[in-house]
Design a protein around this ligand. Sequence first.
Ligand code: GLN
Length: 305
Amino acid sequence: MHDIQDCINRVAIQARPLATQGQLAGYIPPLMRVDPSKFGFAVATLDGNVYTAGDADEPFSIQSISKLFALVLASSREGDSLWMRVGRLPSSNQFNSLLELELESGKPRNPFLNPGALVVSDLLYSRNTQMERAVVTLMRELSGNPSINYDTEVAAGEFAFAHRNKAAAYLMKSFNNFNNAVDEVVSAYCAQCAIAASCRDLAVSALFLANAGVDRDGRQILQSRQVQQVCALMMSSGTYEASGETAFSIGLPIKSGVGGGVLAVIPRFGAVCAWSPPLDKTGTSIAAIKAVELFAIEMHKTVFA
Ligand SMILES: NC(=O)CC[C@H](N)C(=O)O
């Protein structure tokens, strides 16, 4: 399996320089202090191996990649009733847009847009007011890394400027699609987004999605039908308005975050995570998405093969 290591070494050399074309996520002040030249890449395979390059063991702010793990929790706990509160449609608007939310009576298009992720957090909060801890616990179990936690400074830094996310929650409350106190849920959501994990942690954590819902320890985290639903949403909405372009150029279920992480699932093979902080206009890391694309092409990994 040396070819995987050779491939990611080459991919890292090619993708890393693209970082100079992007911008850091300025609206979350602590993220402006991250070194923009960081670059990590990890591939976890279902046979139990992990291949890495660069800063693959350095924890970074996973931001919207946390929406994937929150959705996994909500999907396993709520079942199909989840879809009464949030849709499964792609959107051509930005992840924090409120435009469709007003037009579509407070039901967010999908769980990866901020309003959709806030509904998921609201659902989790109704069962557990420390919902961010439940997401941390899930990630610790899936990755086998008990030191995963959220960064309180990043959480507080985002909450201080979370006017738009609070506005989304209040708008949904006006349509009876938000049950708990806005400040409390938005604060828990900011903490969930502030989870710090490495490329290795994330790639290993996502392995169950490549394995019909069964994790490394043989636990059924989701039913295979739910895995299909979550992966379909990653493909159609995981990189927001760029998702069509991402599916066209890569053809894998992918979730990005404004911390610069990009996590991809390769069914029956494994999971890949790349990290480089500078972002494009859609909030996706320029070097990380390119690294995943180069890897997928060179290794012939796409769901359409
Ligand atoms: N796309 C993202 O990573 C956005 C997550 C960020 N915490 C927000 O709510 O805006």
